[in-house]
Ligand binder design. Structure first.
Ligand SMILES: [Zn+2]
Length: 331
């Protein structure tokens, strides 16, 4: 695995980096699974445990018809059971049936009464979605990955009463990285093409600044970003990420625990869409294409436009809720 989760993917609270199967978030009380590829964490103990396991094994072995038959059989025995609905949704996703998968998951999550173990469902869903997206990619089926994940997370938010965008993107991101590294049969370029959009979402929807810089630094290292040569390397978009990470890190040590908690409590998927928009605008203005545009513009009006440093600094201040750069200082 690329790296470990150091914070609760739902509320942003630091979690113990334990070696056990899951950590319990001290704030929201959810069990957070360390192995994000765990497809069986949701399986309930008891009479039908083995059937659930068999269905999951068939599903990943591409014996999807058999997996679906088991899920349907379980649903006949336990109509409306959330665990079975979540399972059948996953099987549908593995079959490329995005709409049916979505409906089963919505029905399953709608029946939940306790959210302590909902991360187990999110592991199942994310892994199945990653498979679904990959299937659409290799079959050349036009499919808006980002829109699908966004719409899932928006509806899941309501059912689970917690922001879900980050957890879905993060788990799918890890799955893609894993496939690129370990699966010889995947088309690496196709997957690599999807990653930058995912990174933008991860950056915009992360509630834990320290963890956010870890993700960015990991990815920059993976790309071979070099701050000395990024312009010649045509990596000006990634320079924006670099400035973001450095900007956050330079301020982290000055932030108190209370301040960090207020950042975590302030942001949710809804208001973080502002951050996403702002970040995308910076990329538009200062990324590869923007640089070209600004250069051309510069020929006409010398020195026009905001520097990338200033734009990113404003973003960091907004994200870290730093009053000094706000419109209405408190004095
Ligand atoms: Zn939490």
């Amino acid at each position: 695995m690329a790296f470990k989760l150091m914070s609760c993917p739902y509320c942003g609270t630091d979690i113990d980096d334990s070696e056990s199967e899951f950590s319990v978030c001290g704030r929201c009380g959810k069990r957070i699974y360390s192995d994000r590829a765990n497809l069986k964490a949701f399986i309930p103990e008891g009479e039908y445990e083995d059937s659930f396991k068999e269905a999951v094994e068939c599903m990943v072995d591409e014996r999807v018809a058999k997996a679906l038959a088991i899920a349907d059989e379980l649903l006949e025995i336990m109509p409306g059971n959330p665990d079975v609905l979540m399972l059948r949704g996953a099987v549908n996703a593995y079959m490329g049936e995005d709409g049916k998968a979505f409906n089963d998951w919505k029905a399953g999550l709608g029946k939940l009464e306790n959210y302590t173990n909902s991360d187990a469902y999110m592991c199942l869903v994310s892994k199945s979605v990653a498979d679904l997206l990959y299937y659409k990619e290799v079959e050349f089926i036009e499919f808006d990955h980002i829109r699908y994940i966004d719409s899932l997370s928006e509806e899941f938010d309501e059912f689970l009463k917690t922001p879900c965008k980050f957890v879905l993107y993060f788990t799918i991101f890890l799955d893609y990285i894993h496939r690129i590294r370990h699966d010889d049969e995947v088309d690496r370029e196709d997957l690599e093409d999807v990653l930058p959009d995912m990174i933008t979402r991860l950056v915009s929807y992360h509630r834990n600044p320290k963890c956010l810089t870890n993700i960015v630094d990991y990815y920059l290292k993976r790309l071979g970003y070099d701050n000395e040569t990024y312009e010649d390397d045509d990596m000006t978009s990634w320079h924006v990420y670099y400035l973001l990470s450095e900007g956050i890190k330079s301020r982290l040590s000055t932030l108190t625990r209370e301040h960090l908690e207020s950042i975590r409590d302030h942001w949710n998927d809804e208001n973080m869409s502002e951050l996403e928009e702002q970040f995308n605008n910076i990329l538009k203005d200062h990324g590869e294409e923007g640089r070209f545009r600004l250069h051309k513009k510069k020929d006409v009006e010398e020195g026009d436009g905001e520097s990338v440093e200033k734009s990113v600094d404003d973003y960091v201040s907004k994200y870290l809720l730093l009053l000094e750069n706000r419109d209405t200082p408190e004095e």
